[in-house]
Design a protein. Structure first.
Ligand code: CTP
Ligand code: MG
Length: 166
């Protein structure tokens, strides 16, 4: 899951600047995505996720470390791109519910990246998804994701990178 987890953190660290929705509003008068989704965050996040995944592939090939999942170029790209697409989709619906940028939306805020990554995998590499993400692994992911999410956000808050600890 590293190629899916890294993009969110890197987007929060390096994001900012021009928003993806270019400030545009939806028919409900609220922002399409909001200022929390920027081109810089998307680009740096996706590139960082892909870099981590390619490093995993390199480790696997060089040291034949079978503790690592058998990442492929396709799985890495789907995990990294899907994670931030899921995050953007979440923000779209979050705005439609009238929630402001940075406001809490439990469950969706934590699992957006998992849903996005798995949905994209389902489309572009379903065989990888079903052979790698077995039921026990899925359960670990579902438990670990909110825990990691919370931990990273508290660290980000304490380091003044995030305005809120969630
Ligand atoms: N970020 C970014 N571009 C993205 C995703 C995230 O620049 N595509 C940065 C933004 O600075 C954002 C921060 O990462 O504020 C934290 O991301 P997230 O918690 O997903 O955004 P929120 O600000 O909480 O916005 P939203 O309510 O839309 O989720
Ligand atoms: Mg948030």
């Amino acid at each position: 899951m590293l190629p899916a987890y890294v993009p969110n953190t890197l987007a929060a660290l390096c994001g900012g600047g021009i928003p993806i929705d270019l400030g545009r509003e939806y028919s409900d008068g609220r922002r399409l995505l909001g200022d929390g989704k920027t081109y810089r965050g998307l680009l740096i996040g996706v590139l960082a996720g892909i870099a981590v995944g390619f490093f995993q592939i390199w480790l696997l090939r060089t040291y034949s470390w079978d503790v690592l999942p058998p990442q492929t170029f396709l799985s890495v790209i789907a995990l990294a791109v899907g994670a931030l697409l899921g995050d953007m989709t979440k923000s779209f619906f979050k705005r439609r519910l009238g929630k402001d940028r940075g406001e809490q939306w439990p469950v969706a805020d934590q699992y957006d990246l998992v849903a996005g990554a798995f949905l994209l995998l389902l489309i572009i590499d379903p065989s990888w998804l079903f052979t790698t993400i077995t039921l026990p692994i899925l359960i670990v992911i579902l438990i670990l994701t909110p825990v990691l999410h919370r931990m990273v956000n508290i660290i980000g808050y304490l380091c003044h990178i995030k305005d809120v600890p969630w």
